[in-house]
Design a protein around this ligand. Sequence first.
Ligand code: ADP
Ligand code: MG
Length: 574
Amino acid sequence: MRKTLSRIWAFSQKRHGAMLRALGFAFLRSVFGAFQLYAIMLTVGVLTGQTNAGNALPQVALCTGACVVGNFAASYLEQTAVMHTGFYMAADKRIELGGLLRQLPLGFFTSSSVGRITATLTTTLSGLETASVMTMVGIVSGLFNTVALFVFMLFLDLPLGLLAGAGMLVYIVVIGWQMALSHKNAPDLQAAQTRLADAALTFLQGIKVTKAFSVKNGDTALNEAIEGSRAANLRLTDRSMPSQFAAGLVIAGFESAILLTSVAGGAEAGHTVILLIFSFMVYSTLAQAGSMLSMIGMLESAISEVEELAQTPPLKTASQLRPLQDSGVEFDHVSFSYGSTEVLHDISLTIQPGTVTAIIGPSGSGKTTLCELVPRFHDVTRGAIRIGGVDLRELPEKELMAQVSMVFQQTYLFEDTVLNNIRIGRPEATENEVMAAARAAQCHSFIMALPQGYNTLIGEGGSTLSGGEKQRISIARAILKDAPIIILDEATSALDAENEREVLSAIAELTKNKTVIMIAHRLHTVQKADRIAALENGQLVQSGTPAELLEQEGIYRRFIEEKKSSIGWRLKNS
Ligand SMILES: Nc1ncnc2c1ncn2[C@@H]1O[C@H](COP(=O)(O)OP(=O)(O)O)[C@@H](O)[C@H]1O
Ligand SMILES: [Mg+2]
């Protein structure tokens, strides 16, 4: 428990002040609670004839009034402070994680990790936001109150106080048992919740396909995740039930014992009543703190999940500018593994500045992965990649990004105007420069035909445009950016013939006088490349000019032959 409380404390970082304020108000609330006790003692005194009613009445009224008003004010302030601490703490974490996410290698963001990150940033942090500070304050103030009441009780009646103390010890043992269970089950529940958020996201992203193809069991994963979350929740409840009941039983047992002891002891009525009220209060504050303790396991694993994300190592980048000789790209004995699976093996390839290199090879041979290493979506496992003679890892991120533009088969457009979507390429570009890039990318005429021209809002992900139009906008972006190295990954393979022609002429504009690495399937494009690199099973099996490779038996010749006999290489290798 101490460990979890100190983790919550550490987690709240900049919000320690607010947390202490909440604890302070909780303490104040207990002080006002004590007024109530005093009023009760006076009242019992009056009832048993020990105190004069006339003297006691104003004091009772004053104490009760102070208790009600003070309690209300302190509770109000405490709750506000608890909420504030929680909200700010979660906001701090979200901002911190947002900052971190920007520094992670892009290869980190696979579809599964995006689901997990989303779940952590929303569900998990929301849970911590509302529950962690409340639990912390509840436990600390509850324990403090219990101890204070207990000490008071010892003064009133030592034997009965000790009996109540014994009850508290037994209760704490039972609660310890409950906490151990909660610790054991919480990760299970946490994982089930993350899976649920992840599955819901995946389901929503794929809902078009699910509907369009009437995929029968398109929601199987989601249903399983819902079922899993339900089962995990029930398991947690089922398992914590016995210990919760046992805790209740301990309290009821010891309260009865105190009652019986005092009756049997023939103690005087007023004294007995007060003792009874005290013991009830001790146990009810203890039970309140105890019920909070069952949250501990949940909070612990939620914090672990957030911290795990927070500890993802960011991409190491240099801060010092290094002069680049040119825009040539050199792969020097590059190997790369996804996790423990090596998918690129010892690739050495030099790409001269201003030349076009076509990468060919069957599906899964590692073409995309090789290209993604250049803008550091992932870092090489062995070897090095150099641009203009400088290792990528020694380039500041900004500098690297300024050197490389990528155009993918899938493009992403933001929910913003067409103008701003192109301007992402170079934020300081003027409207005229944006339009010039759009013209070069064959976008201008279709943009002008949109309802508000360049100011038309594009739906999320570009949903309101056709595939070819989105592709051309992404090329306009790259033209505007004007980076010396251009990487094209099957930029035309998802397009129909009409669109393909326009995208090709946009690409011709984009790649003029640049160093180009392209993964391409069109015979024409590949034949016109300066050099060809052929990959197979993650190995570079051929490289040279098209004429050289035509002389050799190998992938390139097979590629040409297959194309010429118009067999759908593209279909097989999409
Ligand atoms: N994010 C990833 N995680 C794990 N393995 C991957 C990932 N992306 C690709 N791979 C694997 O790496 C190999 C090369 O894939 P890829 O570079 O996409 O090939 P290509 O572009 O030539 O089709 C394949 O075996 C593929 O399954
Ligand atoms: Mg690929």
